[in-house]
Ligand binder design. Structure first.
Ligand SMILES: [Ca+2]
Ligand SMILES: [Ca+2]
Ligand SMILES: [Ca+2]
Length: 508
């Protein structure tokens, strides 16, 4: 029995998403396509030292930016992209003292490496196994009625938030788009193609948006995470497979995962927020943390610069009307605690053990101001055993699945069923699966209230949520030892924030 499960065990054979907040396991052979699709690694310049990626934060004044760009070149750096509106420059350099030199430049607010591993190096990880639905969707399950999807019986997560009833009232509007910032989305999936927005999709890996046809797709079938997330938000009600929480809205894909490692670096996430905002995306879903640090400490020069750069990008998007929804994480950590032991960071080289204060060291983007932080529940409406929590940090909860909470469904699987690349379906569990349930409800709210800004949407999500209240004794693995302490009251508490979101209230 697992107690305090580690969400990101390292060193499995197939590289799948270090940053991802899904608890998965590997399917034998799942990574074969990935390896074939991966681009050849560039050779590293050993003589120059290791080439890293940096963020350099300046004022948004054009003259300052011009001067800092010159200083970057002088310090042996190359500008990859300049986000002029937020004063964030992404640069590459193999000068080992590049960040230090940049911090001394007039007009530079902060500067730091976004990674500890050189560009284009490899890393690997994951946990849990996707449990594929073995036969074609149409043949594995009988539709319960004319208005149910073939696999509807296993979508207990939709019923838990009354999204099945909501769809009959209002499935959401096509003018609302949720962008999935993730490992890419297989938009050719028959359950996703009807609602996919290619014009708001891109590949942001490296920090520059590539909008070429299909650039937003996963590298291979091993990179299924984003496709699964997308289905929970907006899989179509089309008589095929499953349905999402908001089957009438559109879903876009902004890929931010590195090839080979699936790491989500800051420059890609910054690009994603800016791109989403500039393309008029209403909601982003963020089922990951920004690698390589699970928690970024503001008093560390590198990590502090990363926090600042990502905060600027997320804030820019919010000011343009984009609401961000993010997973709380799968570490069963209490983000309201005085300290947390982090043994997994940095995850792109050699992790070191460190004790951090979660009020000063942030999980990005979930702990940024304005971002809706989502914890995960199982079919019994109890916090999932792996879900990170925290009174005053978690905003709302939603189904993310829990293998210990077994539903009365055709499969009896307590995880979340959704779309996978290559026309398939599988069960996964994680706060990665909870966040898209909330993003879907937010999309329903935005469909019903087109005037609502992100602050209003946050208030409505919280006001409509239903709080199960703290459990008396929380022991998901049943070994008699309590595994987490829920603080707070009936209205707001550490396990569920304001409660489990409610799709039916959202459309009423
Ligand atoms: Ca469907
Ligand atoms: Ca309610
Ligand atoms: Ca226990």
């Amino acid at each position: 029995m697992a107690s305090r499960p580690s969400s990101r065990r390292r060193a499995l054979a197939v590289p799948v998403g270090l940053a991802l907040t899904a608890s998965l396991a590997l399917l034998p052979g799942a990574g074969t396509a990935l390896a074939q699709d991966a681009p050849a690694a560039a050779t590293r310049s050993a003589a120059d030292g290791e080439r890293l990626s940096y963020v350099v934060n300046t004022s948004a004044h054009p003259a300052t930016i011009a001067r800092v760009e010159k200083a970057i070149a002088k310090a042996g750096g190359t500008v990859v992209v300049t986000h002029r509106k937020i004063g964030v420059i992404v640069a590459h350099s193999s000068n080992p003292s590049f960040a230090e030199e940049m911090r001394a430049v007039r007009g530079v607010d902060s500067a730091g490496a976004t990674r500890t591993a050189p560009l284009l190096s490899a890393g690997t990880t994951e946990v849990g196994a996707p449990q594929y639905v073995e036969e074609a969707a149409g043949t594995t399950a009988k539709a319960a009625s004319a208005d149910a999807e073939p696999l509807e019986g296993d979508l207990w997560g939709l019923r838990a938030i009354r999204a099945d009833e909501a769809a009959k009232v209002n499935p959401g509007h096509k003018r609302v788009t949720v962008a999935v910032i993730d490992t890419g989305v297989d938009d050719t999936h028959p359950d996703l193609a009807p609602n996919f927005s290619a014009g708001q999709s891109a590949n942001c890996v490296g920090g520059v948006a590539d909008t070429g046809q299909g650039a937003w797709r996963p590298y291979g079938s091993g990179d299924y995470h984003g496709t699964h997330v997308a289905g929970t938000i907006a899989a179509a009600r089309n008589g095929v497979g499953v349905a999402g929480v908001a089957p009438g809205v559109r879903v876009a894909s902004i890929k931010v995962s590195e090839p080979d490692t699936s790491l989500f670096y800051a420059e890609a996430v910054i690009c994603a927020f800016v791109f989403a905002a500039d393309k008029g995306v209403e909601i982003t879903n963020n089922s990951y943390y920004v690698d390589p640090y699970l928690y970024n400490c503001e008093d560390d020069a590198d990590q502090g610069a990363v926090v600042e750069a990502v905060r600027r990008a997320a804030g820019y998007a919010e000011r343009k009307g984009t609401l961000h929804v993010a997973s709380a994480g799968n570490s069963n950590h209490d983000l309201a605690a005085d300290e947390i032991l982090d043994t997994t960071s940095p995850n792109d080289t050699v992790p070191v053990e460190r004790t951090i204060d979660p009020s000063e060291c942030l999980d990005l983007p979930t702990q940024l101001p304005g971002v809706v932080t989502v914890s995960a529940t199982g079919v019994q409406n109890v916090k999932s055993y792996y879900s990170t929590y925290g009174h005053g940090v978690v905003d709302v909860a939603a189904p993310g699945g829990d293998r210990y909470q077994v539903p009365d469904t055709p499969s009896g699987n307590g995880r979340i069923l959704s779309t996978m690349p290559n026309d398939s379906y599988a069960f996964l569990q994680g706060t990665s699966m909870a966040s898209p349930h909330v993003a879907g409800v937010a999309a329903l709210l935005k469909s019903k209230h087109p005037w609502a800004n992100p602050a209003t949407l946050r208030l409505m999500l919280k006001a409509q949520a239903d709080n199960p209240g703290c459990p008396e004794f929380y022991d998901p693995d049943g070994n008699g030892v309590e595994d987490a302490t829920c603080e707070g009251g009936r209205q707001v508490n550490g396990f569920y924030g304001h409660g489990i979101v409610d799709a039916l209230d959202a459309v009423k």
